[in-house]
Ligand binder design. Structure first.
Ligand code: UGA
Length: 430
């Protein structure tokens, strides 16, 4: 099938490469000329395991191409996915001007039937506005359909999530659109849920908000564990063994970050309020997430006594492992607060150093975890990279000024750390 994907960000690039891998002819479009030029030289702007190889293979075999020319791409494609950003506005609402602009450009380029599919995360009723925008900008004789096909890709596991999803959701208004999307996904072995467009849009917001709710719930329970002496890992295990709850997304830590969960939560709260419902449950989810970070900073403070002039070694900056993404990473608030309190901060992350250099101006960037530990008054863990789980802890202990580890991701066993002679503080565990 001939496909166009508008937007060469995380979602657009993964979607393009995966559809090409499934045997389709894909044109990926972005208005950022520098990005498109780099992609043509096979320079991938993001770190996503397996993506570079997939892009290279499909670019070389001619199934994947990159362009800034939306008119040409639209005319060559039956299905057009909109995968441009929907960044948050000051009030938490999603900024949909990018979607409107793309819908308008698609409409003006159309000369025959096209199926226009929302892939970006958008508030309920966006499909209606996309349809309206195309309607008023297209040539009269041209027919089209709009559909919603939300993505459920996790950064760091995006290719796996695309090829082996739990479900594929398609929101449509016509049998023709349904059949095209079903054919497009026929190479993927997963249940397809066909629904109306509004429900499909809502499924995406509800999914991300529910995941955020699970994380905030377990983080709140971790506070009770800290206060009572119970162990959050055991509680999460016991809770998760109930199939109705499930163990996934019950890892306590420093709260959720990234470009999706925080932004989608805000957008869902805002759209609910606009529709006339005050989603207080989700407001509390957000509050718990903010408190979790503050509580972690307090733990550092209480174990270092005065933060001023102390050297704090930070391992991990990305909002989660296997990505270089720093957007809304919990590390930003934590590192900035520590610096604000007068600490000297040394940092290392396996993938996000380039992006982190643009965010942190005064921290000392180190080449590895051991350099971070050297001479530090404490080690703080903010991202659970495997590399950190496999460190030579005896060596780390010798390098630290005092054997203090404050772990925001619970990556070590408290008994083992005690045995090695560390003062080890984690989340919801003694
Ligand atoms: C999330 C969803 O998981 C995807 O299904 C969705 O498609 C995507 O947003 C999106 O809307 O595009 P992602 O943001 O890549 O994916 O990352 P997650 O794996 O969901 O992690 C989000 C944050 O929650 C991270 O900061 C992570 O450290 C934190 N987290 C996750 C926890 O603190 N505890 C957990 O148990 C799980």
């Amino acid at each position: 099938m001939n496909i166009a994907v508008v937007g060469a960000g995380y979602v657009g690039l993964v979607t393009s490469a995966c559809f090409a891998e499934l045997g389709n002819q894909v044109i990926c479009i972005d208005n950022d000329e520098v990005k498109i030029k780099a992609l043509k030289r096979l320079k991938i702007p993001i770190y996503e395991p397996g993506l570079e190889e997939l892009v290279k293979r499909n670019y070389k075999n001619g199934r994947l191409s990159f362009t800034t020319n939306i008119v040409d791409a639209v005319r060559k494609s039956l299905v057009i996915f909109i995968a441009v950003g929907t960044p948050p506005k000051e009030n938490g609402e999603a900024d949909l001007t990018g979607i409107e602009h793309v819908a308008c450009s698609i409409a003006k380029a159309m000369t025959s039937y096209h199926l226009v599919v929302e892939k970006s995360t958008v508030p309920v009723e966006t499909g209606h506005w996309v349809k309206h925008t195309i309607e008023i900008n297209k040539k009269k004789s041209v027919s089209f359909d709009v559909a919603s096909n939300p993505e459920f890709l996790r950064e760091g596991q995006a290719l796996k999530d695309f090829m082996h999803p739990d479900r594929i959701v398609i929101g449509v208004e016509s049998k023709k659109a349904e059949n095209i999307l079903k054919e497009l996904y026929s190479g993927i072995n997963a249940p397809i849920l066909v629904t109306d467009i509004k429900s499909a849009e809502l499924i995406k917001h509800a999914s991300n908000s529910f995941l955020a709710l699970k994380i905030s719930f377990i983080n709140a329970v971790s506070r009770i564990c800290d206060l009572s002496g119970a162990d959050i890992e055991r509680v999460a295990l016991g809770l998760g063994m109930d199939a109705r709850v499930g163990r996934t997304f019950l890892d306590a830590g420093i709260g959720f970050g990234g470009f999706c969960l925080p932004k989608d939560l805000d957008a869902f709260i805002t759209i609910a309020s606009k529709l006339g419902y005050s989603f207080d449950l989700l407001k509390e989810v957000k509050k718990i997430n903010e408190l979790q970070r503050r509580d972690f900073i307090q733990k550092i403070e209480s174990h270092l006594w005065n933060i001023k002039n102390k050297t704090i070694g930070v391992l991990g900056l990305a909002f989660k492992p296997d990505t270089d993404d720093m957007r809304f990473a919990p590390s930003i608030e934590i590192v900035n607060t520590l610096e604000g309190l007068g600490a000297h901060v040394k940092v290392y992350d396996p993938q996000s150093m380039t992006k982190a250099r643009k965010i942190f101006r005064n921290v000392k960037f180190c080449s590895d975890a051991y350099t971070v530990a050297k001479g530090s008054d404490c080690l703080v863990i903010l991202t659970e990279w495997n590399e950190f789980k496999e460190l030579d802890l005896k060596r780390m202990k010798k390098l630290l000024r005092q054997p203090l580890v404050i772990d925001g991701r619970n990556i070590y066993l408290p008994e083992k750390m005690k045995e090695l002679g560390f003062k080890y503080i984690s989340v919801g565990r003694k």
